[in-house]
Design a protein around this ligand. Structure first.
Ligand SMILES: Nc1ncnc2c1ncn2[C@@H]1O[C@H](COP(=O)(O)OP(=O)(O)O)[C@@H](O)[C@H]1O
Ligand SMILES: [Mg+2]
Length: 314
């Protein structure tokens, strides 16, 4: 298969995004759009791309956002030209470890869809199992419906969605899934549902609910960041807060990330981990400077290696 979209028998278009097919996905952006200058009509895309580019790495996700944009855009043009536009199913699955940028990207997708008139509001409602699942019969459907109501016109982002499938038949998680699926279909594109979670758990979850796979044609993979990417994420966070790292601090942080990533490979929380470490270092620096008589600009904005204190568990 050489093209990214495949017409299914039911007229639905799905984008092939599996890791196995990554090679093919990689070739896509050079076809068409990126080889020609974009017209002024594509300012929405340009704006979103600029925001995406502020994020470190995520190359595949960046390409996919462009593909989804192109797909919706051309579908609209086809409709205007009286051609079959095909039903757009925009519910998505985000697979990846914690802190890999899933919520951040979901927020950007909300903005993109709002600016493209796919969603009236484009806001993001984040939920997890406890927000959907109730304690008695009927409670779950009510809680889930309330959340869907809040998400109307925007995105309902269900984190660790696999936990809904954990308890088996008798668990109210199943009721939450059924309610979600029913509303997804009744209210086409009134809201967009994004299910997020660890890759392996999400695969298992989908295998328990055979009907679910086809309802989420867009699957985004969020890989773990490399240590260099994590350093870059950290530097951008610091830059934004008007702090900088001394050479020693940079080396210490990098070595620490190499170590933690290696020993906690399964639970490492990527960008969130970096954010936490930086926030902690900023507090340590403040403590260090409390007794410092000379508080000039460079001193106030420098984090030194001694500000990075790592406990055993980190
Ligand atoms: N590619 C990235 N570039 C810059 N910061 C990032 C990136 N990915 C994640 N972060 C930061 O890491 C933190 C966690 O990201 P988040 O989107 O909440 O991850 P997830 O939803 O996958 O757990 C946030 O502070 C976010 O700003
Ligand atoms: Mg998240």
């Amino acid at each position: 298969m050489s093209e990214p979209f495949r017409m299914k028998n039911n007229g639905q278009i799905s984008i092939m995004l599996n890791v196995n097919k990554r090679e093919k996905v990689k070739q896509l952006p050079n076809k068409g759009m990126s080889s020609k200058p974009l017209s002024h009509e594509h300012t929405v895309l340009n704006e979103i791309e600029a925001e995406m580019n502020a994020l470190v790495g995520l190359d595949e996700i960046k390409k996919m956002m462009k593909e989804v944009y192109a797909w919706i855009y051309i579908n609209k043009k086809r409709e205007a030209a009286g051609l079959k536009a095909g039903q757009q199913v925009l519910h998505m699955m985000f697979k990846g470890n914690p802190g890999t940028g899933k919520t951040t990207v979901a927020r950007l997708i909300g903005k993109l869809f709002q600016r493209m008139d796919v969603l009236p509001k484009g806001h993001l409602i984040e939920a997890e199992r406890a927000d959907l699942v109730g304690e008695y019969i009927g409670h779950t459907a009510q809680k889930t419906r309330d959340l869907i109501k809040k998400a109307a016109g925007g995105i309902l982002f269900v984190d660790e969605a696999y936990s809904l499938g954990r308890g088996g038949e008798k668990d109210f998680g199943k009721e939450a899934i059924d309610t979600l699926v029913k509303h997804m279909e009744d209210k086409q594109n009134d809201f967009i549902l994004i299910l997020a979670g660890y890759s392996r758990e999400m695969e298992y979850f989908l295998s328990l609910n055979p009907g679910l796979h086809s309802r989420f044609p867009l699957v985004f993979h969020f890989p773990d960041y490399t240590v260099n990417e994590l350093m870059e994420i950290g530097k951008r966070m610091l830059n934004e807060k008007e702090y900088g790292l001394s050479k020693d601090a940079e080396t210490k942080l990098k070595n620490h990330l190499l170590y933690v990533k290696a020993i906690n490979a399964d639970t490492f929380s990527n960008g969130r981990y970096v954010r936490n470490i930086i926030e902690k270092a900023i507090r340590s620096q403040a403590m260090r400077l409390l007794c410092e008589p000379n508080l000039e600009r460079t001193i106030l904005s420098s984090l030194l290696s001694e500000d990075f204190i790592f406990s055993e568990v980190e």
